[in-house]
Write a protein that binds this ligand. Structure first.
Ligand code: MG
Length: 158
């Protein structure tokens, strides 16, 4: 069996009056992502993990943020594109694991919805996906709620 591992990371600043979208789920909160697209850190990190696993470059290379067509785009588009490359190369997902670091709000009430949504987009089982919500223990700018980050790891097989 041909096994591939991929890792992805993303970080975005948080600002008042913007949307906070994680895994395609809009989370009600006073702040949201400063980003060219919708800023979905989980989908961006997952997209990079999938692309990395098959050596297809990275999200910034494939979907440059200086191009108007990616402005405010739903990040599930990037994820679907990356997954199409994965399938084209003959791989399937074994599992996805990741964490989101956000000082506020708590991720737990939205976790199930994020997992369900991601599973639906990738047409895999919810049991193949997990994410943890963590805080940054009030350390530095992330701890002050000025940014949020995501790191995702993915395992593929052929
Ligand atoms: Mg991003």
């Amino acid at each position: 069996m041909d096994i591939r591992i991929g890792i992805g990371f993303d970080i975005h600043r948080l600002e008042e009056g913007r949307k906070l979208i994680i895994g395609g789920v809009e989370i009600p909160y006073e702040k949201g992502w400063v980003a060219h697209s919708d800023g979905d850190i989980f989908f961006h990190a997952l997209t990079d993990a999938l692309l990395g696993a098959i050596g297809y470059g990275d999200i910034g290379e494939l979907f440059p943020d200086n191009q108007a067509k990616w402005k405010n785009v739903d990040s599930s588009f990037f994820l679907k594109e990356a997954y199409n490359f994965v399938k084209k190369e003959g791989y399937e997902i074994i599992n996805i694991d990741g964490y989101i670091i956000l000082q506020k709000p708590k991720l737990l009430p939205y976790r199930r919805q994020i997992i369900e949504n991601t599973a639906k987009i990738l047409n895999i089982n919810e049991s193949q996906i997990f994410i943890k919500g963590k805080t940054f223990e009030k350390i530095g700018e992330i701890g002050e709620g000025k940014a949020g980050l995501a790191e995702v790891i993915v395992l593929l097989k052929k």
